[in-house]
Design a binder for this molecule. Structure first.
Ligand code: S3P
Length: 442
């Protein structure tokens, strides 16, 4: 049964909020732990449904994956080329990242792996991973348009390739690099637009040789195949994509001040915060440090008066999941915010460009979509709210509109809470503990 939630005006948001672990890094730590020899201890793993599906998948490939305590996990891997053929279909749930990275992982062995997912994931294009894998000699049978369910059969020997990404996608890059681990020789991905580099960082952390060169064609990332990966400890930072929701809530709700400790500040992920700072946000980064190769800081976020700006298309890969919540912020800024180059937003857990624009308009904001650009006009008194937003299995749409309800004249509801558990388990309780008023209406 769907569980609707209603978000009404919040009290000032205050306190210290522990944000769950980074989803991207969590998936990668389980996968690389499973491809390593020996033990990998992970602290701060995101225990959201997306990542738990990847944990189950790695078990199905023969790795030992144990839950030791909150956020604390132990993986004993099988080594590159040592995975078993899963005895049943791998269900990635809602997770595009999980499926794409696992397709690359499965491709490195002469086994057949069947993949499926929920209604959202079964609509999403996997051909963008299938095409380069096919060049490496992998056989993929999928539904029309490369959509899941699909089967991946790895060849006896993978062919190393050099591949230029036609879309700015860290998921596609990572799938190729993970497959490249099993190929004899060097596999290179060229990305004309830089995307998050967690896979490269973590591959090195586990002992792979990875070279990165900036060239006229873009960033060239090369992995040397057939390494012996060794289990390593991983500390997962708090997810900046999740921190985005309480951060924007604190900026918008008068009198708020939140401390968000240990948030990942990798520049290839930090576009939203960069944008908010340009808009005049009072966000302080303190206690900056490096954990397991990733930059981290404590964020202090205070209520601020924002002004509209133009967000360039080049910034999109570094904040691709954050546009829905940026649109919420923009509706409360002085002036107009134009977000350019949002084509990739259409193929996320839902068509997020449409979901954001339609939802904002239903709440009374003035928004326009022109091609791949989204314009949001700020309004002095914020927005009216007073409506229910269909979430369509999209966690980020759900949380963005719950934040909108914290500052709109009338409450904003979402039609189903369930999707939030994919990336931010405990969101409602955490936000309510800080001053939000999100309830079931019961
Ligand atoms: C992710 C990359 C992004 C992002 C997704 C996680 C990753 O997707 O939207 O939530 O972990 O590599 P694309 O790289 O396909 O844009």
């Amino acid at each position: 049964m769907p569980q609707p939630l209603i978000s009404s005006r919040a009290r000032p948001l205050t306190g210290t909020l522990r944000i769950p672990g980074d989803k991207s890094i969590s998936h990668r730590s389980l996968i690389l732990g499973g491809l390593s020899v020996g033990e990998t201890r992970i602290e701060g793993l995101l225990e959201g449904e997306d990542v738990l599906a990847t944990a189950a998948a790695m078990r199905a490939f023969g790795a030992t994956v144990e839950h030791l305590g909150p956020g604390s996990w132990r993986v004993v891997g099988r080594g590159v080329g040592g995975l078993d053929e899963p005895a049943d279909v791998i269900d990635c749930g809602n997770a595009g990242t999980g499926m794409r990275l696992l397709m690359g992982t499965a491709a490195g062995q002469p086994i057949t792996t069947f993949f499926t997912g929920d209604g959202s994931l079964r609509r999403r294009p996997m051909g963008r991973v299938g095409a380069p894998l096919a060049q490496m000699g992998v056989r993929i049978v999928a539904r029309e348009g490369g959509r899941p369910p699909l089967a991946v059969t790895g060849p006896e020997i993978l062919t190393p390739i050099t591949y230029t990404l036609p879309v700015a996608s860290a998921q596609v890059k990572s799938a190729i690099l993970l497959a490249g681990l099993a190929a004899p020789g060097e596999t290179t991905v060229i990305e004309p637009k830089w995307t998050r580099d967690h896979t490269e960082t973590m591959l090195r952390h586990f002992g792979a040789e990875v070279r990165v060169e900036d060239t006229a064609e873009g960033r060239r990332i090369t992995v040397v195949g057939e390494p012996e990966l060794t289990g390593r400890p991983v500390v997962v930072p708090a997810d900046p994509s999740s921190a985005a929701f309480p951060a924007v809530a604190a900026l918008l709700v008068e009198g708020s001040e939140l401390l968000l400790p240990g948030v990942g500040t990798n520049p290839l992920r930090f576009g939203l915060f960069e944008t908010l700072l340009e808009m005049g946000a009072d966000i302080e980064l303190t206690n900056k440090r490096i954990e397991a190769g990733e930059p981290v800081a404590d964020l202090v976020v205070r209520h601020s008066r924002l002004k509209g700006i133009e967000v360039p298309a080049e910034r999109a890969p570094s904040m691709i999941d954050e546009y829905p919540i940026l649109a919420v912020a923009a509706a409360h800024a002085e002036g107009t915010t134009i977000m350019r180059g949002l084509d990739e937003l259409r193929v996320k857990e839902s068509d997020r460009l449409a979901a954001t624009a339609n939802g904002m308009a239903a709440c009374g904001a003035r928004v326009e979509v022109d091609g791949d650009d989204l314009t949001v006009h700020g309004a002095d008194n914020g927005v009216a709210g007073g409506t229910t937003i269909p979430v369509d299995l999209d966690h980020r749409i759900a949380m963005a509109f719950l934040v909108l309800g914290m500052v709109s004249a009338d409450a904003v509801a979402i039609d189903d809470e369930a999707a939030i558990a994919t990336s931010f388990p405990g969101f409602r309780e955490l936000m309510n503990g800080a001053g939000a008023a999100i309830g079931t209406g019961a």
